[in-house]
Write a protein that binds this ligand. Sequence first.
Ligand code: ADP
Ligand code: MG
Length: 220
Amino acid sequence: MVSKENPSRKKLSMNESLQIRTFKRAGHIEVICGSMFSGKTEELIRRIRRAEIARQRVKVFKPKIDNRFSEFEIVSHSEQSFPSEVISSADEMLEKSFDAEVIGIDEGQFFGNDLVEVCQNLADAGKRVIVAGLDQDYKAQPFGPIPDLLSVAEYITKTLAVCVVCGAPANRTQRITASSQQILVGATNHYEARCRLHHIVNPEAQNENAGAREENAEAK
Ligand code: ADP
Ligand code: MG
């Protein structure tokens, strides 16, 4: 059938137009980032559950390294959970997401920089890609692929925790055990949420400085 407004354009039947809406729609990337305990996983689970209510096909992934609470679920510190598949590298998502309309990824900071390209490919294929991850490590430095992902994402949500020292909004993660590895998987045993004022990047150095200051004061 030829459309009246534009005789050269074929008018679509209802079924054909539905197919185009399903397969040719624009996808996008959403990033949920912030410190530990800021509610990233809770927010990811909330969005995925709503997509399920809307009868969209969802698929959730997490990196192999995050085996803290469960092998088969993403789990928040408030004990909410959602089934997920463990993957070793970001490109596994390409083959495992064929059917999915909405893709959730937790702990995105633990993937390599190829996470950015994989998410771009999935979004280009018309999928909604939601990535949760730490934007800063315990030294308040940009963490893994998240900063690059932020620059290409359509939507960014920054979540804040509560500073355990003063109760202010907390944007940083304090490591409370002695280890200088960037990756040390854990929860309240190793980390606390802290605001900018109460976050100490290098507690050992601060103690040494304090000791030196005391010695100087005594010598005077
Ligand atoms: P994230 O994925 O960002 O680490 P979660 O979604 O797993 O965070 O957990 C958020 C939950 O953590 C909060 O709803 C709250 O129950 C709990 N929580 C524990 N400590 C804190 C804190 N200092 N500030 C805010 N929430 C905290
Ligand atoms: Mg989390």
